[in-house]
Write a protein that binds this ligand. Structure first.
Ligand SMILES: [Zn+2]
Length: 81
């Protein structure tokens, strides 16, 4: 079956607000319906979260209990955003 002409193999990415090839896209189910989002943006968020967690651990390990408590609070604020 060849219907590439009728339906281009791209999907609108609500995160980047642009079209990506469908093989880079992932369909997410939300309360308001299904949305396409590119794997790249999902991976980027995942990676930046891990880096942030790692940074938080390094900070708390390097500093005293007082400083690590502050870092944990900062982490919490960032996660809630
Ligand atoms: Zn995207």
């Amino acid at each position: 079956m060849r219907d590439e002409n009728n339906s281009p193999a791209t999907r609108y990415c609500y995160h980047c607000r642009t079209h990506h090839p469908v093989e880079e896209m992932k369909l997410l189910i939300t309360k308001t319906g299904s949305r396409w989002r590119c794997v790249k943006s999902i991976e980027a968020v995942k990676r930046s979260k891990e880096e942030r967690d790692q940074y938080g651990r390094q900070v708390s390990a390097a500093n005293q209990a007082e400083a690590s408590g502050r870092a944990r609070m900062l982490n919490k604020i960032q996660q809630e955003r």
